[in-house]
Ligand binder design. Structure first.
Ligand SMILES: Cc1ncc(COP(=O)(O)O)c(C=O)c1O
Length: 384
């Protein structure tokens, strides 16, 4: 636990609590915690399912077959390929649970996992908890925020068991072109590495584009797992529900590990999720449009304040380079103290995030405009 250090979002929550205690009106743009309610059909289904006493018993560990069949159907309609519900799908208590338990299942002591930097912290922390070693692959703007797989040394690769990818990407907002995913599959097969793509933002993609699934690459099923979440797609983040698809053998091992660690997801939630997956694409598209409209307010506003920021292509964050090379943790804290606007310091997501702030799009257009207005008025922060 000493090696692990503090969890950035726990530290941010503490800073927020202090700011609230001191009477500040905080606009929280730190965590990716959707502010939108789940669609009404989902809430109605939850109420219906709550009346069934069977739904309150111990859950089926790997997920009920009806839900896994619904996931398989959704996958077919979304990506055009069939998955075997029994063997190629496992239900998770949120995708974070599966992503962070993965190294426990597959790494021996001192085995390496390649982890992007910056990244969602659960990958790296899961590796550390499993006594594995982290090889950080920087995500740089000049590489379109993709890791450079040609740069890995043979010595490390010989001891590497896992490669984490996350597209649509948190925090950079990048998408992975299909060519890159193909390359990652080739690389993983050649080096006998388990390829793991985190698709938590699979449905939050802007400008009329769509994300690809690794599974659309025929050889991927030999070496890959892909993690999905209900948190952003349906604004169900508090429900703790996700799923992983991919290689049968890998799924079985993860399932066996989980059978010891947890007892599966509450049936009430699993049953309701079937309704979520059967909703027409317009429902998730409209959630996506809301984030897109917010993005189109926040990015130009930040640029006018001197931040360097691109329009994210997907996800729910804006990755913005701080004007005048300031330390991101100190800058984020100063911003909170002077304006009440809470952000995630880039360094909290990895050393390559130093000099950046991550702004979440989980606040209304009005709140985002107000945040920009407050920042504009606090000229002293910018040294002006
Ligand atoms: C990249 C990424 N992966 C996974 C997760 C976790 O999602 P879930 O709520 O399904 O555990 C998040 C949540 O913020 C995330 O940003």
């Amino acid at each position: 636990m000493k090696t692990l250090g503090g969890y950035v979002f726990a530290e941010i929550a503490e800073a927020k609590r202090k700011a609230l205690d001191s009477g500040s009106e905080v606009i929280d743009l730190s965590a990716g915690n959707p502010d939108l309610p789940p669609p009404k059909e989902i809430i109605d289904a939850l109420k219906r399912e709550a009346d069934n006493p069977e739904n309150h018993r111990h859950p089926v560990y790997e997920g009920i077959i009806e839900l896994k069949e619904a996931i398989s159907d959704w996958f077919y309609h979304r990506f055009g390929l069939r998955l075997d519900p029994e063997e190629e799908i496992l239900v998770l208590i949120g995708s974070k649970e599966g992503l962070s338990h993965l190294p426990l299942a597959f790494l021996n002591q001192n085995d390496y996992a390649i982890v992007p930097n910056p990244a969602y912290p659960a990958y790296k922390r899961g590796v550390i908890i499993s006594d594995g070693k982290v090889y950080e692959a920087p995500l740089l703007k000049e590489n379109k925020w993709l890791p450079d797989l040609d740069k890995m040394s043979k010595r490390i690769l010989d001891k590497t068991k896992l490669l984490y990818l996350n597209y649509p990407n948190n925090p950079t907002g990048a998408l992975a072109p299909k060519e890159f995913l193909k390359k990652a599959v080739r690389f993983s097969r050649k080096n006998k590495i388990i390829l793991c793509n985190d698709m938590a933002y699979s449905e939050i993609v802007f400008d009329g584009e769509r994300s690809f699934s690794l599974m659309q690459i025929p050889e991927a099923k030999e070496c890959a797992l892909e993690f999905f979440s209900f948190s952003k797609t349906y604004s169900m983040s508090g429900w703790r529900l996700g799923f992983v698809v991919g290689n049968k053998k890998l799924i079985r091992i993860l399932r066996d590990l989980k059978a010891t660690l947890d007892s599966g997801v509450f049936h009430l939630i699993q049953k309701t999720a079937i309704t979520a997956l059967s909703l027409p694409p317009q429902v998730t598209n409209s959630i996506c449009r809301i984030y897109e409209n917010r993005r189109d307010i926040l990015v130009p506003g930040l640029k006018s304040l001197g931040f360097e920021a691109e329009l994210p292509k997907g996800g729910i964050f804006v990755w913005a380079k701080i004007p005048s090379r300031r330390n991101s943790k100190r800058f984020s804290l100063e911003l909170l103290q002077k304006t009440g606007v809470l952000t995630t310091p880039g360094s909290g997501l990895g050393s390559a995030g130093e000099g950046y702030l991550r702004f979440s799009l989980t606040a209304s257009e009005q709140k985002l405009k107000e945040a920009l207005e407050r920042m504009k008025k606090s000229k002293e922060i910018w040294g002006g």
